[in-house]
Design a protein around this ligand. Structure first.
Ligand code: GDP
Ligand code: MG
Length: 468
């Protein structure tokens, strides 16, 4: 089914959140864009898509929520909003053995009424209920024969009259005999559009038969237009629920389901093929779980909790007592909390007096952001052992972070460079061959930082270098 594709997109989005080290604007923008595309291509109403996007962004960028909790809340939000979109109001037909339940099927031409009746006759009789079908479609010439064939395949009783042209007359002919059935499925005629002619015919049939349920049958390929159609039928006669057919053949099924939810017309069943057994009960919650490919939400929540969190990564690092890219990140973060680089320079004795050119600072802040993206696109192994970041890993990280390979190389280089200055408190004391080269040193000097100053700073920060 095409909806599985949307499920795939949502699943990927939730996994991305669960596996991300940091939920930041870039990740959120990317996810929101993917979800928007999937929903719009399924013909979900634009306004609803934008509303959902706003809700996600608001939660994601709420700075009051901490990282791990944020991931949980975001996943729950996306999951719940998807269910809400599809209809939080759950409805089931109440049918029991020994009591007659009459169900009237209405809808426009060719939307799948007769087929749905055949499918449901099969569905209920398989569940031990006595079913019969009654054909009141007096407009389509071959309608009685079609119903007859379907009923025979489903092995249920059928009541048709190929000659009678008044639906009321046909009903009266079989009303008595239908009383001994648990489920009476009544086929009606459609029209090309919902016009006065159809409305008055349905009203007449409705008041004569007094069905327990009236079900509107619509094909999925009308997409979000299902909303208007459902509203039209709801206004004309009482509608208890909807069957969306042909979910197997269109990309617009999602839009049709969402549109019914908007029209407050609960979807009871979906048709997923031409065969008798191609019908499924529709329950938004179960449906969402299925298209997301998980038993329930707790599975994913579990994943969030077990995924390597920022804190856990830091713990790992401390245990291994190794200078990792996360240390670098931590320092960058600390710096960004203090303020822009210019301000930091002022706060650091010895740097305060130094005039750092304005454009250089801007370059650095841009760089920090890109490096942060790069770290977010790395595996834990790479974060802990940046020396391994070479070759195809560089391009993979660059692609994941949306930055250039050069920038990733730059980060690794900076890491290696900084590692040389890490005090004896940590492993990784530089060996002779690993000492910074002339060009490395000149690079640092270009930043306005001399080796002496760096070492001084390192002492001040407990053997660590703040930033670079
Ligand atoms: P009616 O005029 O509303 O009674 O519509 P029909 O029941 O005659 O169905 C119209 C066409 O849609 C037929 O060719 C059916 O085989 C086809 N159809 C109905 N439901 C489905 C479905 O769920 N999937 C597919 N692929 N075709 C369906
Ligand atoms: Mg029909």
């Amino acid at each position: 089914m095409v909806l599985e594709k949307i499920g795939e997109v949502f699943k990927n989005a939730l996994n991305k959140i669960a596996n991300a080290i940091f939920v930041d604007k870039k990740l959120v923008d990317e996810i929101v864009k993917e979800l928007q595309l999937a929903l719009l291509s399924a013909d979900v109403d634009r306004k609803l898509v934008l509303e959902l996007s706003e809700k996600i962004k608001e939660k994601a960028l709420d700075e009051k929520i901490k990282n791990v909790e944020k991931k949980e809340q975001l996943i729950a939000l996306i999951h719940d909003e998807l269910i809400k979109l599809l209809g939080s109001e759950k409805k089931e037909l109440r049918i029991s053995k020994g009591t007659q339940t009459k169900i009237l099927f209405v809808g426009l031409y060719g939307n799948g009424k007769t087929t749905a009746i055949g499918k449901l006759a099969n569905y209920y009789s398989k569940r031990g209920l006595k079913c019969c079908v009654i054909g009141l479609d007096v407009h389509r010439p071959a309608a009685p024969e079609q119903l007859e064939q379907l009923a025979e395949r489903a092995k249920v009783t059928y009541f048709i009259n190929k000659k009678e042209k008044k639906p009321e007359k046909i009903w009266q002919e079989f009303e008595e005999r239908a009383k001994k059935f648990d489920v009476v499925l009544i086929d009606t005629a459609g029209r090309d559009v919902l016009n006065d002619d159809l409305i008055s015919e349905l009203k007449k049939i409705n008041s004569l038969i007094k069905p327990q349920y009236s079900i509107l049958v619509m094909a999925a390929d009308i997409g979000q237009a299902a909303r208007k159609q459902a509203e039209g039928f709801v206004k004309a006669i009482k509608i208890d629920g909807v069957i969306i057919t042909r979910m197997d053949g269109t990309a617009k099924g999602g839009g049709a389901l969402v549109a019914c939810s908007e029209a407050k017309a609960p979807v009871l069943f979906i048709g997923t093929g031409e065969k008798l057994q191609d019908i499924e009960t529709f329950n938004p919650e179960a449906f969402v779980s299925r298209i997301l490919g998980m038993g329930d939400l707790s599975t994913l929540m579990e994943k969030v909790k077990t995924a390597v969190s920022e804190q856990e990564l830091k713990k790992t690092k401390r245990v291994s007592n190794k200078f990792t890219l996360l240390d670098l990140y931590e320092q960058l973060e600390a710096m960004s909390k203090i303020g822009p680089l210019g301000k930091i320079a002022e706060l650091i004795p010895g740097l305060g007096g130094m005039k750092l050119p304005q454009n250089m600072l801007q370059v650095h802040e841009e760089k920090l952001k890109h490096w942060r993206y790069a770290i977010q696109s790395m595996t834990q192994e790479e974060i802990e052992n940046p020396e391994k970041i070479e070759g195809s890993r560089i391009s993979r990280i660059a692609k994941g972070a949306g930055i250039s390979a050069g920038e990733v190389r730059d980060l690794v280089k900076q890491y290696k460079l900084l590692k040389q200055f890490i005090g004896p408190g940590m492993k990784g004391i530089p060996s002779e061959g690993e000492m910074p080269s002339e060009s490395d040193m000149s690079q640092l000097k270009n930043m306005g930082i001399s080796q002496k100053k760096l070492q001084k700073l390192a002492k001040r920060f407990g053997g660590r270098i703040p930033g670079f």
